[in-house]
Write a protein that binds this ligand. Sequence first.
Ligand code: AMP
Length: 112
Amino acid sequence: MDCLFCAIINGDIPSNKVYEDEYCYAFLDIAPQAPVHCLVVPKEHIASADEISENNSTLVARIFEAIPKIAKSLGLDGGYRIISNVGENGCQSVKHLHFHILGGKKLSETMA
Ligand code: AMP
């Protein structure tokens, strides 16, 4: 399968890793939209949040257990935003489930 984030997880494409465990991998976004912008992805390929089911939701839980550790390591003490874009209308450009962690400043009140 030709997937950019699978290639990053496998180390075939370089990334600025900020966290890794058995279930997930986190790295800095190549085009940051906030002073801190990191992506957290499951190591198993899941196309988007629309593909989450009872068969893989444990993996998503593991990601959300990792996120506070990642946020702390990035110094996001004042808070942050978690976003997952889904499909065409959600402007998802990479078809591997990922959660954006944005922070490092007071973010916009609008999201859409
Ligand atoms: P989305 O538009 O929600 O699918 O988000 C995809 C994100 O991946 C965008 O914020 C891109 O800037 C980011 N991205 C694309 N290629 C890379 C890469 N090689 N390394 C890090 N981030 C990337």
